[in-house]
Design a protein around this ligand. Structure first.
Ligand code: CDP
Ligand code: MG
Length: 710
């Protein structure tokens, strides 16, 4: 039996990573430097309270992080340069320590005692939340006070108190809309720059301009990979600093044959590691929430089958929509046995989990892809890049020598994986970005200095969409409507639908629908109770379609929000509903700012649902599909693509015309979240939009014109 299993283990081919290196482990080097008065005094200068015991305990750990050895060098460089690029291995302490060094340093110098504020961006919401909590703990302050975070629809910071704010890159971009020179900040840290998210790339361009106008502002760009030369070329004259890694050697083992099913191969490999490898925690990279939860359950089941002799395990999922308290569990050491973390890409560089010795890398992640022709953006499970594979392997060598099991062949690694992940800006729908840039006063998009400029076709597409929506006028300038649209943290179509909803007497309802569309899927469908879950969902179903079904769920939830078991009984994700409620409040505040009134049609009126469906069309008139009577298929009005109703739709018939919320590219072209509309409304709405649009200061386009331009 054991022999059989051993043979399977040997299916992996071993290659000792040439990039793995061993360097001295960090001592408490820079910890006792003279400018360290803040941490060695008994009173916490940020709160005026004595430090707690746990502060000192964490401090000892912090001092062993590699960045502490270069604290002096970093602070000297910060004084002498306006822009610094800091490159360091994941886990060297960049995200948690550098902002604290900066905070101490800039606040030590203020003669009038006025405290200076620092921003540190993160591409991921989870990282912003989790890291700021950790840093608040390290500084012995309460989260939301001196240290806070801001992510879309959630602000855990205080205007008067917060000095160090972690925020998503997208949120800093939004702040720039109201404060173009970002005057509230003294230092801005762009973290995880190697991820090259859309918002980070736009911030690069923006900050390059801001730095010229604000000689007192400093910028620190932090990255985990050695693309520093590219950054340095872009931010000409920036000071570049490298934090030597503390990586132990990592053995790379490849599958000998391509795996048919990477999920099964993953589970098999976890079990084999648990049976035949020495102690040490395991980190598994998978692509999304559902897959992760499924694999966690299967691992538990397989390991339970092994009986007691194999030792206990703790299997923990990690993905972005997990509640913070559950996320925190992955950082806690397990008292006995082995920890197995099954994570999305978050654990690749954003979050460092200590104690990982084994990494399983199936070679995939969910990535955004964009086709400018159909203006379609989709999340697809795609092969990762070589750079990502190396980052993943590196997670195994943090504490001691480790092993990385790549569930693909060595040949495949060399021949099929791209060197780097393509920057997000080159694979995104840019409508929202262009709207933000216009609002920021950047009209000349062609000459806006981006590290990797997108294809002109993609920019043209974005301009076209914004023009059709009435956000831009004939000259390409932002209209009054465009200005209001840019204030909503939503896609332009959704902002437009919301802004026009009072005109259709249903802004209350549209507001609820927008909120439900802005949070994760609210329908739970556990594998063991699929039938019951589907029956529960069917009770909310509305014959007109999924948008109204979502509205039904929200309304029923609000009626029952005192009932602690309602969500569970109805297979509704309570977390998602609570989030939707919060989103709704925030969107309502923005609406109030622009005097957009909240109103409803009388529920008894025959127009109640008609008005809602017309309002949907006001924003999403470009996302309409028509049932072709000869083929029985839907095809999109905009570009005649054949599409299929997503199986999750509650529609039990095929209406002639439907409006859809999103286009999902998987094995087939699906449209998801669809609602029945009336073909005549299209023309009617075009005329109405044109009329009201004129009042709001734009020309507008008729459907006919629009068809000719596309
Ligand atoms: O940014 P970088 O990857 O260089 O490192 P970091 O995120 O600052 O992490 C430094 C250390 O803090 C690691 O040893 C993490 O395990 C630890 N950490 C933690 O214990 N809890 C968190 N919520 C975040 C980080
Ligand atoms: Mg980091």
């Amino acid at each position: 039996m054991n022999m059989e299993r051993k043979r399977k283990v040997c299916m992996f081919k071993m290659v000792v990573s040439s990039s793995a290196k061993m360097s001295k482990s960090g001592g408490s080097g820079g910890a006792t430097t003279k400018d360290n008065a803040v941490v060695s005094s008994v009173i916490n200068p940020w709160t005026g309270m004595p430090y707690s015991q746990s502060y000192y305990e964490i401090l000892e750990k912090r001092k062993t992080l590699p960045v502490w050895q270069q604290k002096d060098e970093f602070l000297k460089a910060l004084k002498a340069n306006q822009c610094i690029i800091l490159v360091g291995e994941t886990g060297s302490g960049k995200t948690t320590q550098i902002p604290q060094f900066v905070l101490e340093s800039v606040n030590a110098e203020t003669p009038d005692g006025k405290r200076m504020m620092i921003a540190c961006t993160q591409p991921r919401r989870v990282a912003a939340m989790s890291v700021s909590r950790r840093v608040a703990e390290e500084m012995d302050v309460k989260i939301g006070e001196e240290v806070g975070y801001t992510i879309r629809f959630e602000d855990c910071s205080s205007t008067s108190k917060t000095l160090l704010k972690y925020l998503t890159d997208g949120m800093l971009l939004r702040e720039a809309m109201a404060d173009p020179l970002l005057e509230r900040y003294k230092v801005i840290i762009l973290d995880e720059a190697h991820e090259r998210t859309l918002a980070t790339d736009v911030l690069f361009g923006l900050l390059k301009k801001v730095l010229r106008n604000r000689p007192d502002l400093k910028l620190v760009v932090m990255s985990a990979t050695l693309e520093a030369e590219k950054f340095q070329g872009y931010f000409s004259g920036a000071y570049c600093m490298k934090v030597p890694g503390r990586l132990h050697p990592v053995e790379i083992l490849y599958s000998e044959e391509p795996e048919k099913n990477y999920v099964e191969a993953t589970i098999r490999t976890v079990v084999q590691i648990h049976m035949f490898e020495g102690p040490g925690d395991v980190l598994v990279f998978l692509t999304g929430e559902e897959e992760i939860e499924d694999v966690c359950r299967k691992i538990d089941k397989e390991i339970a089958k092994l009986g007691d002799q194999s030792g206990p395990v703790k299997v923990l999922p990690l993905y972005s929509t997990l509640p913070p308290a559950v996320q925190q569990k992955i950082f806690e050491p397990v008292s006995s046995g082995r920890k197995i973390v099954v994570s999305t890409n978050i654990a690749e560089t954003s979050l460092t989990i200590d104690g990982i010795v084994y990494v399983i890398d199936p070679g995939f992640s969910k990535q955004k892809v964009y086709s400018p022709r159909g203006c379609v953006e989709s999340l697809l499970v795609s092969p990762i890049s070589k750079a990502s594979a190396c980052q993943r392997a590196g997670r195994a060598g943090r504490t001691r020598p480790g092993k990385c099991f790549r569930l693909y062949t060595e040949k495949s690694f060399h021949n099929h994986l791209e060197a780097q992940t393509c920057p997000e800006i080159l694979r995104s729908n840019l409508a929202n970005t262009v709207l933000t840039l216009k609002k920021l006063g950047i009209d000349d998009l062609v000459h806006f200095d981006l590290m990797d400029p997108p294809a002109p076709e993609t920019v043209m597409r974005a301009l076209e969409v914004l023009y059709s929506l009435g956000a831009l006028d004939d000259e390409g300038n932002l209209t009054k409507l465009g200005e209001i649209m840019s204030e909503f943290p939503l896609d332009p179509q959704m902002s437009k639908m919301l802004i026009f909803s009072p005109g259709f007497h249903c802004s209350n309802e549209i507001l609820s629908i927008c909120s439900m569309l802005s949070v994760p899927n609210c329908f739970l469908r556990p594998r063991e109770a699929r039938k019951a879950a589907d029956e529960a969902k069917a009770k909310f179903g509305h014959m007109d379609g999924d948008h109204i079904t979502l509205l039904n769920v929200y309304h029923t939830y609000k009626k029952n929000d005192e009932d602690p078991v309602w969500c569970c009984q109805n297979f509704v994700n309570e977390k998602a509903l609570k989030a939707a409620d919060n989103v709704r409040q925030q969107l309502a505040q923005i609406m109030a700012r622009f005097n957009l009134k909240l109103c409803s049609t009388d529920f008894k009126s025959g127009d109640y649902y008609i008005n809602i469906r017309k309002a949907l069309l006001a924003g999403y008139f470009m996302q309409v599909a028509h049932l072709e009577s000869n083929t029985g298929h839907y095809s999109t009005v905009k570009d005649n693509q054949v599409v299929h109703l997503h199986p999750s739709s509650c529609l039990d018939h095929k209406p002639e015309w439907i409006v859809y919320h999103e286009y999902v590219l998987t094995s087939r072209n699906f449209i998801r979240t669809v609602t029945n509309i009336c073909g005549d409304w299209l023309a009617e709405i075009m005329i109405a939009l044109e009329k009201s649009g004129k009042k709001l200061g734009y020309g507008g386009l008729t459907l006919k014109d629009r068809k000719q331009t596309t």
